[in-house]
Design a protein around this ligand. Structure first.
Ligand code: HEC
Length: 122
């Protein structure tokens, strides 16, 4: 029941992001991604030193096969709902103490744009 509700909420939030949450801008999100994320997560989110981010919204944290996650993220039991992703990107080590993800995005608009871009990746 709870899982079903969560799935519905994730689907609703995901579609809102895909359509562009109010004020969120995919093109700006792509620019932020290219400057601050692609170095580790690859062009278009294909992965590299960081895990692939294609399809990350709605995905269980630490679940890309064969990626060497920190024990902290691997055992976090988080799902990357838009709300959790927003908290993680605000300050990764605060949500997941011990994570090896070093990049925080303090600006709320940049996070919203980034998430709109991540939601657009296939
Ligand atoms: C210096 C390299 C580096 C940069 C730059 C970086 N990341 Fe990461 N990221 C990582 C690593 C390494 C992990 C795995 C963390 C762990 O295992 O604790 C990670 C994990 C993540 C995760 C969790 C993915 C999953 O599969 O659970 C997300 C989401 C994420 N990063 C988003 C971003 C975004 C968005 C940016 C740009 C704002 C960014 N990262 C910038 C290295 C980086």
């Amino acid at each position: 029941m709870r899982a079903a509700l969560t799935a519905v909420l994730v689907a609703l939030a995901g579609s809102a992001l895909a359509q562009g949450a109010p004020g969120a801008d995919t093109a700006t999100g792509q620019q932020v991604y290219e400057v601050r994320c692609s170095f580790c997560h690859g062009e278009g989110g294909v992965g590299g030193q960081g895990p692939a981010l294609i399809g990350v919204i709605g995905r269980k944290a630490g679940s890309v096969p064969n990626f060497a996650y920190s024990p902290a993220l691997k055992s976090s039991a988080l799902t990357w709902t838009p709300a959790n992703l927003d908290r993680f990107l605000t300050n990764p080590a605060e949500l997941v103490p011990g994570t090896s993800m070093p990049m925080s995005v303090p600006d709320a608009k940049e996070r919203a744009d980034l998430m709109a871009y991540l939601a657009s990746l296939h």
